[in-house]
Design a binder for this molecule. Structure first.
Ligand SMILES: Cc1cc2nc3c(=O)[nH]c(=O)nc-3n(C[C@H](O)[C@H](O)[C@H](O)COP(=O)(O)O)c2cc1C
Length: 353
């Protein structure tokens, strides 16, 4: 298996650990993955909650301080590792979070949940920081490439192609199209690769994300034209994952039929362990909508059209509240069998067959 080079950064194994917001992938998991020879990502969404910096009123300030803390802690685990951040375009403080990632030493920024059209402008002072958009279609990759080239004379250093039919968390496809059978993950991977090669003579790594669980899936992804994989759900049931043990237990307990789609107040569908949406709503509503921070640019809760706050629902889950917390997961999360270490997973994926 070949090493993976993204921009200036090379790791021995072609694996990115997918960002999982609200502290499911913070320093502990990202540092462990980087130490094992993959790319570790700290998800920046909702870091303020659960941080010592948060007073209840300074969400945006606390978010950036908490992000820099996590980067410091991750580098303490893997001083020479490749550690980056996952930044969601949909958050209100996207520009600040990207800048803080660079200041805190992130080596790459993986960015989705919207098109990261201004990402190169935000990182202009940090040319070694690799830029990696997440897309679910060739068309989205084209839009990003044209805008970046025209405005900034820059192209992505890699692209993650995320499969809406299998990935966890917020998904970049209309809910009615998900699961229709029309989407072909590896056709999209090959299409993105061909687009950059033919249009820009740019041979960039294309990373497949969504539903990749074991060595068979990994080898299949590489055979089908991906240069690497991004895996998230597989890393939840590890000792190093930053979520509460009860969050991990929910993965261990869930059955395939428990996993499905919800409509997030962020205006995007999301894949999660279903079944408790009314409890989630009941927890947040007591007659009045009180958006605590305005953390999302567009949010149906903020606008008074939905009865739960997505960030707090995810945060409650991360802290172990399985009744009124929302547990995001990929379609294969039911395959989790026990808590292992990140090194065990690397051994299974990349060790002697
Ligand atoms: C619990 C959870 C939280 C996630 N949070 C984010 C996030 O904050 N930002 C993001 O871009 N993707 C997020 N994702 C998507 C993952 O980074 C990844 O691309 C996807 O889940 C890959 O599919 P897999 O989980 O089947 O490996 C999340 C996924 C999960 C399971």
């Amino acid at each position: 298996m070949k090493p993976l080079t993204i921009g200036q950064h090379t790791v021995p194994y072609p694996l990115i650990q997918g960002g999982m917001g609200v502290r499911v992938s913070a320093a502990g998991l990202a540092g462990a993955v980087a130490k094992c020879g993959g790319i570790g990502l700290i998800a920046t969404a909702g870091l303020a909650l659960n941080s010592d910096h948060y007073s209840g009123r300074n969400f945006f300030e606390a978010d950036l301080l908490a992000l820099k803390d996590e980067l410091r802690k991750a580098y303490a685990i893997a001083p020479d590792g490749v550690i980056g951040t996952n930044c969601m375009v949909a958050v209100t403080n996207y520009d600040d979070v990207v800048r803080a990632s660079c200041e805190g030493g992130a080596k790459l920024i993986v960015s989705g949940a919207g098109l990261p059209l201004n990402l190169p402008a935000l990182t202009a002072d940090y040319p070694d920081v690799a830029l990696v958009p997440i897309v679910s279609s060739v068309k989205a990759a084209e839009l990003i490439a044209r805008k970046w080239h025209k405005a900034y004379k820059r192209l992505p250093d890699a692209v993650v192609v995320e499969d809406p039919d299998t990935a966890g968390g917020h998904l970049g496809e209309k809910i009615e199209n998900i699961g229709s059978g029309d989407y072909d993950q590896y056709e999209t991977v090959r299409g993105v690769k061909a687009y950059f090669r033919d249009e820009w003579q740019h041979d960039l790594p294309v990373i497949a994300a969504g539903g990749i669980w074991d060595r068979v899936d990994l080898e299949y992804a590489l055979e089908q034209g991906a240069d690497g994989v991004q895996m998230a759900s597989r890393f939840v049931c590890t000792e190093e994952c930053d979520a509460d043990p009860a969050f991990k237990q929910a993965y261990l307990d869930c059955r395939q039929e428990d996993i499905g789609l919800i409509m997030s107040p962020a205006g995007l569908p999301g894949r999660a362990i279903k079944g408790n949406i009314e409890q989630i709503r009941a927890h947040d509503i007591d007659g009045e909508i009180r958006c605590p921070s305005g953390c999302l640019k567009k949010c149906a809760y903020k606008a008074g059209q939905e009865r739960f706050c997505i960030v707090h629902a995810l945060d409650r889950a991360q802290k172990g509240d399985r009744d009124s917390g929302l547990i995001f997961c990929g379609s294969n999360a039911w395959k989790s069998e026990r808590i292992v270490t990140v090194a065990d997973i690397f051994q299974e994926l990349f060790g002697p067959a």
